[in-house]
Design a protein around this ligand. Structure first.
Ligand SMILES: C[S@@+](CC[C@H](N)C(=O)[O-])C[C@H]1O[C@@H](n2cnc3c(N)ncnc32)[C@H](O)[C@@H]1O
Length: 267
């Protein structure tokens, strides 16, 4: 089957454009840095019932590395991403029925058109999480299942602490508190929601390796980067400040992940 790429992005929002550009620029390097993303997505994919029927929606699909696995969970899927580069990369495998460039906060899809919604580590890039949950509940069929993950407050806390000892600029993105996300989800009242928080610690030989990984993923530009951060003296000070966290496994970076799952009422 040949891949269909539809372009339906509402591009008036500067932040969305920045996010899309940043991920497009990282579409070729993403997999080299996607250790966390792979662990998280594979963990939560296992929460979906194995049933090779129905239509699945993958919101914020990235380069589509997970797509070969979807055959066990649906008979067809639509891959959605804001970033043209990521979507083009995913479309090379031509596994989805449709590759749709669109904003998860405003999906150009019909009501009750998806039996399953899957979305891993996209939500933290959306300025309006409530809009995403609203869209998920609108497009899900009654009885349909959703599994999503997002980074929450406390993510990269060691890096944030190291930066805070150098200056007061917020170098690390402020991730939403769990309660804020729960509140946004619970506003979509036709889904019975469940939440679980897990900490994923990753280890790095040094702070430069962590920064390199964020860059490979496209997460550095929109993660509160400051001009001048590349100065050698600054990096030395940052490395020194981070050393206090070192363990036998290396420098830890904690990723706090909220797993959000639900079933739409009705059947
Ligand atoms: C960290 S990547 C995760 C990719 C993939 N789900 C994975 O687990 O590897 C986040 C993806 O979400 C996409 N994204 C960010 N904001 C989005 C939005 N509002 N609508 C759709 N996709 C979005 C980005 O372009 C990027 O490809």
């Amino acid at each position: 089957m040949s891949a269909v790429i539809e372009h339906r992005v509402d591009s008036d929002n500067e932040f969305k454009q920045q996010v899309a550009n940043s991920f497009s620029a990282a579409s070729q390097s993403y997999m080299q840095g996607a250790r966390l993303q792979q662990q998280v997505a594979l963990d939560v994919l296992a929460l979906l019932p194995k049933a090779p029927s129905g239509h699945l929606l993958d919101l914020g699909c990235g380069p589509g590395w997970l797509h070969p696995r979807f055959a066990e969970y649906c008979s067809a899927f639509t891959a959605v991403d804001l970033s043209a580069g990521m979507l083009a990369k995913a479309a090379q495998a031509a596994l989805a029925k449709t590759y749709l460039q669109a904003d998860a906060q405003q999906l150009p899809l019909c009501d009750n058109s998806a039996d399953t919604v899957f979305s891993s580590l996209m939500l933290q890039w959306c300025a309006k999480p409530a809009a995403v949950f609203r869209e998920v509940s609108r497009v899900l069929t009654p009885g349909g299942k959703v599994v999503m993950t997002t980074l929450v407050e406390g993510t990269l806390s060691e890096l944030a602490q190291a930066f805070a000892s150098l200056d007061s600029y917020p170098h690390v993105s402020r991730f939403l508190a769990v309660d804020n996300i729960k509140q946004a989800a619970l506003a979509a009242t036709d889904i019975r929601w469940q939440f679980e928080q897990r900490r994923y610690p990753l280890y790095y030989p040094d702070v430069q390796s962590l920064a390199r990984e964020l860059k490979l993923l496209g997460a550095n530009q929109v993660a509160g980067r400051r001009n001048g951060l590349t100065g050698k003296g600054y990096w030395q000070q940052l490395a020194q400040a981070y050393e206090g966290h070192r363990t036998m496994l290396g420098l830890p970076a904690s990723y706090q992940v909220l797993i959000i799952s639900g079933v739409k009422y009705g059947s």
